[in-house]
Design a protein around this ligand. Structure first.
Ligand code: ZN
Length: 508
């Protein structure tokens, strides 16, 4: 008699992008966003507005739709990009995952939701450590599928420890749910007997994230070419741009191909896509606008309503890459130049938000930004302000990467500073969703310029207001500046593009 019991699938995850130049991430950061154990993971994944990113909800929905299964939630720790994770917490998480997974055995398959650019204060490849641990626990024959952010820095250990490697294909990341569903399809196929083979190639290119958009450009061309080469033999192609600021030896643009059976086919295709990336290498250099030029543009649109409005991206202070969301260079320049009709957000300053709440709507006061400074870029700044709106910061994402997610920004305040209305928040997050302005009663459609502290994910949220020609990426100091030559790198493989001259790629 065939075994009629539904397949038992373990779900677990560790998801954070870490910037080695930013202050450490603690357990509290995960608890404030998403830290779950056991059945709570599945319940949260099935809820209408989960706090977690959509890979696990997409995986669970696809598994639910495809037939009976028995999910076993293990543990999930996921939070906003930050500095390296305190090693003691990572060890604690690894122990929790180990004990819970061992207790769940035997399982038929494992799904791992991972970012791939995690760090701890002592380990440069915690994602690889996790993958390897899971493999050790379940043994060589149990299928493991993992989804990863396309900013993952891929190690050999990561690729070799799992069966199917699935990276995002869109930047801004709008396909997280689909990639989770793809992992479910792959696991179903492996439960039916499929034994996939993987190959990967890494290039000596560490692309600044602004050169890694998927609508157009050198990275988009690699992804499009990869998708054009899909065939019945190829299960997945992932072109992983990586995350420069992790500063690890495993950094570098990487192509990972998962074939159904034929390792040679996987290797050949990975090499072909890497060749295209190498041919495009001169295009992985950022083109930014100077602050002076940005001020001039903002003054023009502020004075003349017939000119299309502009979005100014403070790409160097992107909380989505570990930035603190609190540099004042742009606020100061716009205010002192007399820019009008501007919105600026979201500025992370819990002290200032709390003071605005104490003072109340309509109060005018000297707003002191960064009274508790956090990095050398977080300079104090004082300007006369009027409180125009206050909220508790609880909202549901409306558009882009946060669409449908339950978000808590903590006490928020909208402060009018000259011709600029600044949204101040208490829980650090990147400005990727128009809801962050709209929940304060601010009208993005009427603003002449909108400053976003975001590198690129704002494009997925604000595209209904700003086309690609209305976006200005500004060159400013900060923890996530695309000008990589301004950082002191310790572990990046060298020589590497775009930092060095005469870089060679030795094909192996
Ligand atoms: Zn990413």
């Amino acid at each position: 008699m065939p075994d009629a019991s539904p397949p038992c699938i373990a779900l677990l995850g560790f998801s954070i992008e870490c910037n080695k130049f930013a202050p450490p991430a603690t357990k509290a950061h995960f608890i404030a966003r998403t830290y779950l154990e056991g059945d709570a993971i599945i319940e949260e994944a099935r809820s209408p507005n989960p706090t977690m990113l959509p890979e696990i909800p997409g995986f669970v929905a696809a598994m639910d739709a495809a037939g009976p299964w028995a999910p076993v939630g293990i543990a999930l720790a996921m939070t906003e990009p930050n500095g390296p994770v305190e090693h003691s917490f990572f060890v604690e998480l690894l122990d929790t995952i180990t004990h819970r997974l061992e207790a769940a055995l035997p399982v038929d398959a494992v799904y791992i939701c991972s970012h791939g650019a995690g760090l701890t204060t002592e380990e440069d490849d915690p994602d690889g450590v996790l993958f390897e641990r899971v493999r050790e626990i379940v043994g060589p024959d149990i299928p493991i599928a993992a989804t990863l952010d396309l900013h993952a820095n891929v190690s050999e250990r990561m690729v070799q420890s799992i069966d199917v490697f699935i990276g995002y294909r869109t930047n801004p990341h709008l396909d997280m749910r689909e990639r989770g569903a793809e992992a479910a399809t792959a696991i179903r196929a492996m439960l039916g007997g499929l034994k996939p083979q993987r190959a990967f190639v890494r290039l000596p290119i560490v692309p600044p994230t602004v050169t890694m958009l998927t609508a157009a450009g050198p990275y988009a061309e690699m992804i499009d070419f990869a998708q054009s080469r899909m065939s019945p033999e190829i299960l997945n192609v992932s072109v992983m741009g990586g995350f420069a600021f992790a500063d690890t030896a495993k950094n570098g643009l990487t192509v990972v191909v998962t074939a159904r059976h034929d390792k040679g086919a996987a290797e050949a295709l990975a090499g072909e896509i890497a060749e295209l990336g190498w041919a495009n290498r001169a295009r992985f250099f950022p083109q930014l606008t100077s602050l002076d030029e940005a001020v001039t543009k903002a003054l023009v649109v502020g004075r003349d309503n017939s000119v299309p409005s502009l979005a100014f991206a403070d790409v160097a202070d992107n909380p989505g890459g570990g930035g603190r969301g609190n540099t004042t260079f742009l606020l100061r320049a716009f205010y002192e130049a007399g820019v009008s009709g501007a919105l600026l957000g979201v500025f992370y300053d819990p002290d200032l938000a709390a003071e605005a709440h104490r003072r109340g709507v309509s109060a005018s006061f000297e707003a002191r930004f960064n009274r508790s400074e956090t990095t050398k870029f977080s300079e104090p700044y004082t300007a006369p302000a009027t409180v125009v709106a206050l909220t508790d910061g609880n909202c549901v994402g409306r558009r882009g990467i946060y669409a449908g997610l339950r978000l808590e920004l903590g006490p928020c305040a909208a402060l009018e500073i000259g011709g600029i209305t600044v949204v101040v928040i208490s829980h650090r997050v990147q400005c990727a969703d128009p809801i962050f302005f709209e929940m304060m009663g601010l009208d993005i459609g009427r603003a002449r310029s909108v400053v976003v502290k975001s590198r690129g994910h704002f494009r997925g949220g604000f595209d209904e207001f700003f086309g690609p020609d209305q976006i200005v990426e500004i060159d400013l100091p900060g923890l996530t500046s695309p000008m990589l030559n301004r950082f002191e790198w310790k572990r990046l493989p060298r020589p590497v593009i775009p930092l060095d001259q005469n870089v060679e790629w030795v094909r192996v």
